[in-house]
Design a protein around this ligand. Sequence first.
Ligand SMILES: NC(=O)C1=CN([C@@H]2O[C@H](COP(=O)(O)OP(=O)(O)OC[C@H]3O[C@@H](n4cnc5c(N)ncnc54)[C@H](O)[C@@H]3O)[C@@H](O)[C@H]2O)C=CC1
Ligand SMILES: O=P(O)(O)OC[C@H]1O[C@](O)(CO)[C@@H](O)[C@@H]1O
Length: 376
Amino acid sequence: MIAVHFGAGNIGRGFIGALLSGAGYEVYFADINKEVIDALNEKGKYEVRLASDENESFIVSGVKGINSNENAEEIIAKIAEADLITTAVGPNILKFVAKTIALGLKEKKTEANVIACENMIGGTDHLKSEIFKHLNEEEQHSISEWIGFPNSAVDRIVPIQENADILSVSVEPFFEWVIEQSKVKGSMPSIQGVTYVDDLIPYIERKLFTVNTGHAVTAYAGYQKGLATVKEAIEDAEVRSLVEGALSETSTLLVKEYGFDEGEHLNYVKKIIARFENKHISDEVTRVGRSPKRKLGFDDRLVAPARRLLEKGITPDDLAAGIAAGLKYDFDKDEEAVEIQQLIQEKGISGALQEVSQLPENHPLIGLVEEKYHKL
Ligand SMILES: NC(=O)C1=CN([C@@H]2O[C@H](COP(=O)(O)OP(=O)(O)OC[C@H]3O[C@@H](n4cnc5c(N)ncnc54)[C@H](O)[C@@H]3O)[C@@H](O)[C@H]2O)C=CC1
Ligand SMILES: O=P(O)(O)OC[C@H]1O[C@](O)(CO)[C@@H](O)[C@@H]1O
């Protein structure tokens, strides 16, 4: 079995590539990072270390790299042979890898699946729409017969790596990958840690509105207090109280919308917060808060639950404070944070939030966030 995986970064090597290799796939990583690709081809394997007291590690082997800037033809040929094409490049990058995937899929004569492994609701749907921009109607029709485009939810915390070996990656022990079974074409092998479900929406929303909402509020509130890591931030009483408040709000939404058992959901939330406290992981608030424009988007982890709670007549005070902290996030090495600060200068807080979140003018969330912003 062959898998082509776009993005040999933290989640690519530390999670998706590791699981696929473990399941027996020959894994071809496609990436623009020449150093990483050269190292993959030189060594053909790398180490994954679990960030826990036991400090266990294992070797991922049977992996190769293809430079997607220099060798697009090689990737296209490999996609034509592949059983599975996955991505972990970041939602904003999917449009840039779509053409190569489209050209590879055009050559395919057998069933295969394409799965985006990004923190995004409908990630694969979005990738598919970008791929289809490069295909005519007949090609789209024929590819739809052969190729499955299941959405997926991926959960594992993999911080920025600072290892002497460029390939070695340290990851939290916990991992979960949920795939939308109904859109799979043909059969997929059993992959350790993968759950197939018919309806992905409750799973991805539970994950995005808990792990990622909690993480984002921790990062933005922690940054406001000058704290450098997620662990330091979640140990700060004020930050923790805001995170717990925001997650209590998303819990209300999730339990109401999907009927999750309240007690079980509470345990899920507690486990997630405990993951932020992992003493073996040093995860910078600037990684977790990266790309605030994306994170403050209409369908993303903060604005989506907040506006949906308002639709139910519930005021999301703590989510609004988290959004306000996101608007205040002014890390100068993050392009999106800089853009938001410029927008605030030009259009004020409400105008900037409206533009970034695409909320309609006069939406009640805008006023609520502005009120919180002034109190921060
Ligand atoms: N790190 C984590 O804990 C988790 C990350 N994710 C998601 O996984 C995705 C990737 O995140 P990370 O691995 O943390 O980021 P990363 O920055 O470590 O990895 C992204 C990789 O994509 C590569 N890339 C960029 N442009 C490319 C292109 N045009 N063609 C091929 N490769 C390209 C980069 O060189 C880099 O190696 C994001 O959507 C993130 O939300 C999801 C769950 C956990
Ligand atoms: O990867 P993103 O969407 O930028 O956001 C960072 C988030 O993703 C993760 O990397 C993994 O789910 C979390 O650490 C964090 O919530």
